[in-house]
Ligand binder design. Structure first.
Ligand code: ADP
Ligand code: MG
Length: 142
């Protein structure tokens, strides 16, 4: 399996709930290394740029409002099969459909406030990591 990078965001609801540590523990216990991390409070416009791919979706405005409602922790993760592994650890977008033991099953309250973001492909991971991190702030172990 290839070593990949992916972007994780601990969303405002999970930051507010004090579960950053629990989420990071799951990554580290599953051989994903944090090679970049920063806490930021996005403006609605910045959240809109990050989620531009969803601009035509009915939930876009609410999504941007939610993602700019408080600070988030953005992390670049690195490890074997990182994109898919992170998505497995996250669970389904709608926490009602998320497998038991996933981050969203344990910490998400709704499809809006669903605790974490994770890149959905290696291509998007590169774009999303670049949104938050210049190369100088990434510390690869690979
Ligand atoms: P994921 O975060 O699992 O990759 P998507 O990329 O489809 O999911 O959507 C981005 C985010 O937009 C979701 O995490 C969720 O917070 C929100 N979202 C997605 N679908 C809906 C929906 N039907 N209603 C409200 N919010 C949604
Ligand atoms: Mg997505």
């Amino acid at each position: 399996m290839p070593v990949q990078r992916t972007l994780s965001i601990v969303k405002p609801d999970a930051v507010e709930k004090n579960v950053i540590g629990d989420i990071i523990r799951r990554f580290e216990e599953n051989s994903l290394s944090i090679i970049g991390a920063k806490m930021v409070h996005l403006s609605a416009a910045e959240a809109g740029r990050f989620y531009a791919v969803h601009a035509q979706r009915p939930f876009y405005k609410d999504l941007c409002a939610f993602m700019s409602s408080g600070p988030v922790l953005a992390m670049a993760l690195e490890g074997k099969n990182a994109v898919t592994l992170n998505r497995q650890l996250m669970g389904a977008t709608n926490p009602k459909e998320a497998d038991a033991g996933t981050i969203r099953a344990d910490h998400a309250a709704s499809i809006d406030a669903n605790a974490v973001h994770g890149s959905d492909s290696e291509e998007n991971a590169a774009i999303e990591i670049g949104f938050f991190f210049p190369d100088l702030e990434l510390h690869s172990k690979a």
